[in-house]
Design a binder for this molecule. Structure first.
Ligand code: MN
Length: 244
């Protein structure tokens, strides 16, 4: 009986935890500046207070305001944010909506994935899937950082997964998001200069190297687990290995 109660408490807690941290991106009010679970000066020295003031307070606010302006009185007005990004991506007439909706989606995911107590390595199904795909967490980090460093111009580098839980590193120019390729975004690093130039000037790679210290892995794990496919992928991969 005690064990049963314990299991129930654990299940309830883990659901609440997953809900709190996975925060399906479409459940965040898209026409408000997302509120942060930390203060602007909490991510120092990785990201300075000044960069946070500008990046969250000015740049993101700008994207939110423009999105609100562009979608009013259009069919996009009642769509979830990720749907707006997918739909406007396929329309040559809606470039401004795509750019701003993409950037709101990207930055909501971005700012909610940090913690002053972050860093370390992921655990559980995500950790397994990373090792399965890249051999080790270090190899994954290396590949991700390299993709971020080499992306030409402004854009984003993402860790994303497909409907079977397989992981991908995806480079996106400008305000792109992997949802337009049918992938679920898990972790995104902003390589626009506004994200790092005040603190690192032209040293983008140094910035990405430092960002690993503030990644809130339980958030990324919860996003992965929320897709509900994480166990299958590893199982399938292991089975395939034995078949070969
Ligand atoms: Mn940005």
């Amino acid at each position: 009986m005690i064990v049963l109660v314990f299991i129930l408490v654990l299940l309830t807690f883990s659901n609440v935890y997953a809900e709190k941290f996975s925060q399906p991106v479409d459940s965040i009010p898209m026409l408000q500046l997302v509120s942060l679970p930390y203060d602007y000066d909490d991510l120092q020295p990785v990201i300075s207070e000044r960069t946070m003031q500008l990046h969250h307070g000015k740049h993101l606010q700008g994207y939110v305001d423009r999105l609100a302006r562009y979608i009013i009185n259009t069919p996009y007005n009642n769509m979830p944010l990720s749907r707006i990004v997918i739909m406007s991506d396929s329309s040559v007439y809606d470039q401004e909506i795509f750019d701003n909706a993409g950037q709101v989606l990207n930055h909501n995911l971005y700012f909610l994935q940090f913690s002053p107590h972050g860093g370390g390595e992921p655990q559980g199904a995500l950790a397994k899937a990373i090792v399965n795909r890249w051999g080790s967490f270090e190899e994954f980090k290396h590949a991700f950082t390299q993709n971020g460093s080499q992306l030409f111009g402004s854009g984003w580098v993402w860790l994303a997964c497909d409907h079977e839980g397989r992981l991908y590193i995806v480079q996106e120019p400008n305000g792109g998001n992997p949802v337009t390729h049918g992938l679920t975004p898990l972790l995104g690093i902003d390589v626009w200069e506004h994200a790092y130039y005040l603190d690192y000037q032209n040293r983008r790679t140094d910035h990405i190297d430092a960002v690993w210290n503030i990644i809130d892995w339980p958030v990324i794990e919860a996003r992965y687990e929320a897709t509900g496919v994480s166990d299958n992928c590893c199982q399938t991969a292991v089975e395939k290995m034995w078949e070969e």
